[in-house]
Design a protein around this ligand. Structure first.
Ligand SMILES: C[S@@+](CC[C@H](N)C(=O)[O-])C[C@H]1O[C@@H](n2cnc3c(N)ncnc32)[C@H](O)[C@@H]1O
Length: 244
């Protein structure tokens, strides 16, 4: 993590061609099994889509802050947040088998978080009552932005799924908002391309929260929140909400 030039050299020494594709990221010319990547088993690097890497950057957690990663498994973004700053992080997921993968990933990276099997929509069952400075809500969604890597999604999804996801996301967003400290920020994220799960969801939230929420501007190329899928990354949507 952190030293892109040094890692490009380690790859070159191992006979692998790659190029830098982000502040913390390289892309290999040819895919290889993860365990053959130099330093993978020792936790020097992780494999993460370039679009997903925006999450930790936008969340911008600062040392010592209390962070909630509300839908954390398998922990790609959890690891990235912890690599960027020494924070007190709680990682929640409803799926215990997937939560075990967060543990595996953090063990490999030699990073620590409190792992909680819990429902992000019902924090009263697991929350310790202390507000969080920042929350990542990487909510379950239609995954319509990642069909290039999971083409079966196109066949598995039904038209009814989208309003169902949108309704579940709205409930989660409301529940998680209550856990955020005043002045704190919540990063809402999906890997969907649909308005109802993305901008429509956030606009509806802001309409319900005229007194206590504002939307923070995002840098290019995310100014409207969406990152359309292309050869270099999956499709994502991000919105950063500040509690007034
Ligand atoms: C988009 S994935 C998260 C990806 C993860 N943030 C990462 O970067 O590796 C959504 C996650 O939400 C979890 N999930 C679904 N419903 C949930 C709920 N009600 N409460 C908490 N987690 C939930 C799923 O098990 C899944 O792991």
């Amino acid at each position: 993590h952190g030293d892109v030039a040094g890692y490009l050299q380690r790859l070159a020494d191992a006979g692998m061609t790659a190029r830098q594709t982000g502040p913390d990221a390289v892309t290999l010319e040819k895919a290889v099994p993860v365990h053959s990547l130099p330093g993978f088993d020792a936790g020097d690097v992780s494999v993460q889509d370039a679009g997903a890497q925006w999450a930790a950057r936008l969340l911008d957690a600062q040392p010592g802050e209390r962070i909630l990663d509300a839908c954390a498994a398998p922990g790609g973004k959890t690891g990235h947040i912890l690599e960027r700053a020494d924070v007190i992080l709680t990682a929640v997921d409803a799926d215990v088998a997937r939560l075990a993968r967060v543990e595996e990933n953090l063990n490999r990276l030699q990073l620590e978080a409190t792992l909680v099997e819990g429902d992000a929509a019902q924090p009263e069952t697991w929350w310790d009552g202390q507000p969080y400075d920042r929350i990542l809500a990487d909510v379950p969604c239609s995954a319509s932005g990642v069909v290039r890597r999971n083409p079966d999604i196109k066949w598995l999804r039904r038209p009814d799924d989208i309003p169902q996801f949108a309704a579940q996301q709205a409930v989660m967003l409301e529940a998680l908002w209550r856990l955020l400290a005043p002045g704190g920020t919540l990063l809402y994220a999906t890997c969907s391309l649909f308005h109802e799960e993305n901008d429509g969801q956030v606009r509806a939230f802001l309409a319900r929260h005229t007194g206590d929420a504002e939307r923070c501007p995002l840098p290019e190329p995310l100014s409207d929140g969406s990152l359309l899928p292309d050869a270099d990354h999956d499709g994502f949507f991000y919105a950063l909400l500040r509690k007034i």
